[in-house]
Design a protein around this ligand. Structure first.
Ligand code: PLP
Length: 434
């Protein structure tokens, strides 16, 4: 396909070279306005980011107030600021799941890299330097930097960069009951099968060489809003504990309230992860911000050693981003927005099942809270997917956009099996009518 004229002339290098992106000129509530004047309902909050919508005066004020105080603080080692300290205190109030410390970075991918590095440094500091292996899941996505891609089982995003992909990562099956659970298998049997597979991988690598298991609590773009089967994360936690490895949960896309609880793992009956990545909804997209949370075990281990993190960024814990995220989190708490997420989620689930469920190519509707996916099949009864060349989900996304609805499609081939789906993750402020 030839390069689009606009893309050829634009000084911004756009991701799709054949398509002209449309300019968004303004936004309010859950919608944004294009240059043409067309209003688009943002049913996926961008890529599941703009949870308070596209304009929020209280957040704007918090950003301006912060800029009036101090615009930039280098939080390398000597300095910090109120915004970062208050945001961390807000997130870690009552130590959810035992999480006690936060690192703030700019993107989810950076958060994943930081988590991988923290886990690696942790084991060096506690005298177990042989623990260098990571186990992740097929059809997963943890970010686009080379570290994050190394633990991502997203084939099309990895393809060009093979020489850079780390070789200390192996992959097990994700928990994906719609396509992978046997017809006569119960949830408990399916969990047991996945647990055995994970344990076998620990044993194959040598359990004392495994640093951590990495997974999205509720899968994001690659598999599309797949909630784990009950008991899955209990089994995973058990295996990690049995062999002394860390559990790293990626809640960049599914966390910070999207599933109806602040952290998606709260619904899994586990004590929490050792390290957790957060992003997207953390700051609601007003200013880039992501983060890593860690528990006492990891902090104590790091503090046993050189007393210096061998990791950091120029813009980490940026005051403006932290001030914006603090305002976002305060609004979410003050307005009891997570109750609203839960009730809007039930409504969305019911409406999807009623309106979309009976359609010919709809195979599966799944999700939690305001994080839902519709998976398409060429033939639903036999679960035969569309060939990737059909580009089915992206065509649905295009039709929706023409109708004034922004939804997310899955980007490219994500693994050995083709998964065609769209994601709806409306802003938390969505109303019943919208
Ligand atoms: N992890 C998950 C689960 C994601 O969905 C994403 C982004 O979509 C990332 C990590 C990477 O985040 P970012 O795009 O902010 O680098």
């Amino acid at each position: 396909m030839p390069v689009n004229q606009f893309v050829a002339k634009s000084h911004v290098l756009h991701r799709a070279l054949a398509y002209e992106p449309q300019k968004i000129v303004s936004g309010s509530g859950i919608s944004f306005t294009l240059e043409s004047g067309k209003v688009v309902y943002d049913a996926s909050a961008g890529p599941s980011v703009s949870v308070l919508g596209h304009h929020q005066p209280e957040v704007t004020k918090a950003i301006v107030d912060q800029l009036d105080k101090i615009a930039y603080v280098y939080s390398g080692s000597r300095y910090t600021c109120d915004a970062a300290e208050s945001l961390a205190a807000e997130l870690l109030k009552d130590a959810p799941g035992g999480l006690v410390k936060a690192i703030f970075v700019n993107s989810g991918s950076e958060a994943t890299d930081a988590a991988l590095k923290l886990a690696t440094q942790y084991f060096c500091e506690v005298g177990q330097p042989k623990r260098i292996n990571f186990i992740a899941r097929k059809q997963s996505y943890h970010g686009n930097t080379l570290g994050a891609l190394s633990v991502s089982g997203h084939e099309s995003r990895r393809a060009y960069y093979r020489p850079w992909i780390a070789n200390n990562v192996s992959f097990v099956d994700p928990c994906y009951s719609y396509r992978a659970k046997g017809e006569s298998e119960t949830d408990a049997q399916y969990v047991e099968r996945l647990k055995l597979q994970l344990e076998d991988e620990f044993l194959r690598l040598g359990p004392d060489t495994v640093a951590a298991f990495v997974a999205e609590t509720v899968s994001g773009t690659t598999l599309g809003c797949v909630p784990p089967v009950p008991g899955y994360f209990k089994a995973v936690r058990e295996i990690c504990d049995k062999y002394g490895a860390l559990l790293i949960l990626d809640e960049i896309m599914c966390g910070m309230g999207k599933t109806g609880t602040m952290h998606a793992w709260e619904q899994e009956g586990i004590r929490g992860p050792d390290i957790q990545m957060i992003g997207k909804a953390l700051g609601g997209g007003f200013v880039p911000l992501s983060g890593v949370l860690l528990n006492q075990r990891v902090f104590d281990g790091l503090a046993e050693g050189t007393m210096v993190l061998a990791h950091g960024h120029t813009f980490q814990a940026h005051p403006t981003a932290c001030a914006a995220a603090l305002a976002v989190q305060k609004i979410i708490k003050r307005e009891n927005i997570l109750d609203h997420v839960a009730s809007m989620g039930w409504l969305l689930e019911a409406e999807l099942n009623k309106e979309i469920g009976p359609l010919r190519h709809v195979g599966n509707i799944r999700g939690r809270g305001l994080f839902w996916a519709v998976e398409f099949m060429r033939d639903v009864p036999t679960k035969t997917p569309f060939p990737v060349e059909h580009n089915f989900s992206n065509r649905i996304v295009e039709v929706a956009a023409e109708l004034g609805l922004n939804i997310l499609g899955n980007l490219g081939k994500t693994g050995k099996i083709d998964v065609e789906l769209v994601i709806l993750a409306p802003p938390y402020i969505v109303t019943e009518e919208e």
